[in-house]
Design a protein around this ligand. Structure first.
Ligand code: ZN
Ligand code: ZN
Length: 386
């Protein structure tokens, strides 16, 4: 290469690909490899993670496996013992429709169970310290007068949504003011956005990010249960016309088991689907319905501020609206200089590395509205995640 021809530009290019500069590049890379831990490994909530953080579930998953076994065994027996007979005697469309329904049920179940329901990230120690200071409850903590069981009185803020006053409660574990409709799941130990309920049958919370899949799961499961039940009965009736009722039961003993499972589960599944159809059409959550948050009994002026006022719009928003990105960057790497979420400490904040950023933060520190850079970054990055 002719020296001096290209000037500083070429020198710069050359030095970037030269072997000399690779040695200082290598050492931080090595360091990263040693210390590369993902955020799910230190996640503060009580959740289980699989596949390197891709799958997220509640801690207790026993009932979820029961759900899985019931669906797999009942459908498996139906396809193995009833479908061959029905396909020949009635129409081959029966196993086809049953198969489509089965895969839809399994898909929506796994999507509900394995995804982030909309967990709100906990405040970092710095953010928690700022918030505590704004609340003005810091003196006794700073003086160290707080005892082990200390818990400050409940704190709330009020916001007005569509003319309704909504109380925002402070979460002592996550150290944030919960956004409207969020609630803390005691089993998963997280605040969840638009918290519906914790469902042990799917082994996860049901919230903003997986509610539609939960609804589609119970709705399709009602259809599948009714479908299997109806055709198992048809199968037994057709056989008994040929060989008599007792011989028909002897010839296909699996049908008896399927009919029993379907008969006992169909009522609750269909009832639950109906209940959630009502909730979706009025844009309520199970949590709000149980508490009677928007019930007329609380006064004539009490109405649901989240409802769009028409059943069709409410359904469209719940089922077809955009899915918000996950706010917990669970597959992201932990940066050594990034503060980690504050550990739950019964309302007592650790004042380790307090910085004077309090002026920057508004009176209400909602993680959604005024997030610090790491969370915004996380939101951008997680656009593709489940
Ligand atoms: Zn919380
Ligand atoms: Zn939960």
């Amino acid at each position: 290469m002719p020296p001096g021809g290209g000037g500083p530009m070429k020198d710069c290019e050359y030095s970037q690909i030269s072997t000399h500069s690779s040695s200082p590049m290598e050492s931080p890379h090595k360091k990263k490899k040693i210390a590369a831990r993902r955020k799910w490994e230190v996640f503060p909530g009580r959740n289980k993670f699989f596949c390197n953080g891709r799958i997220m579930m509640a801690r207790q998953t026993g009932v979820f496996y029961l759900t899985l076994i019931l669906i797999l065994v009942t459908s498996g027996l139906f396809f193995a013992f009833d479908c061959p007979y029905l396909a020949v005697k009635i129409t081959p469309a029966i196993p086809v429709v049953g198969g489509i329904l089965f895969f839809f049920v399994m898909g929506t179940l796994l999507r509900t169970s394995f995804s982030d329901p909309g967990v709100l990230p906990r405040a970092t120690p710095d953010e928690a310290a700022d918030l505590e200071r704004q609340i003005g409850n810091t003196e006794d903590i700073a003086n160290g007068s707080s005892s082990g069981g200390y818990r400050p009185p409940p704190r709330t803020k009020e916001v007005i949504i569509n003319g309704q006053t909504v109380k925002l409660k402070y979460c002592f574990t996550c150290k944030i003011f919960r956004p409207p409709r969020a609630s803390h799941c005691s089993l998963c130990d997280n605040c969840v956005e638009r918290f519906d309920h914790h469902c042990p049958w799917v082994g996860n919370c049901v919230g903003k990010r997986n509610y539609r899949f939960f609804y589609m799961f119970i709705l399709s499961l009602s259809f599948l249960t009714v479908f299997i039940f109806a055709f198992v009965i048809t199968h037994v009736i057709l056989r008994s016309q040929q060989t008599g009722f007792l011989n028909a039961l002897k010839d296909s003993p699996a049908s008896v088991l399927e009919a029993v499972v379907c008969f006992f589960s169909v009522w609750s599944i269909v009832g639950l689907s109906g209940f959630h159809t009502y909730l979706i059409s009025s844009n309520q959550t199970t949590n709000e319905d149980i508490k009677g948050s928007w019930s007329n009994k609380r006064g004539k002026e009490n109405y649901n501020p989240y409802s769009y006022g028409n059943i069709f719009t409410n359904c469209c928003v719940a089922l077809c609206g955009p899915i918000s990105p996950s706010l917990i960057d669970r597959r992201g790497y932990i940066q050594p200089d990034t503060p980690q979420p504050a550990a739950p400490s019964n309302g007592i904040t650790m004042y380790g590395a307090m910085q004077s950023q309090s002026d920057m933060v508004g009176a209400m520190r909602l993680p959604l509205s005024s997030s610090p850079d790491p969370r915004k970054q996380c939101m951008r990055e997680k656009g593709m995640e489940m």
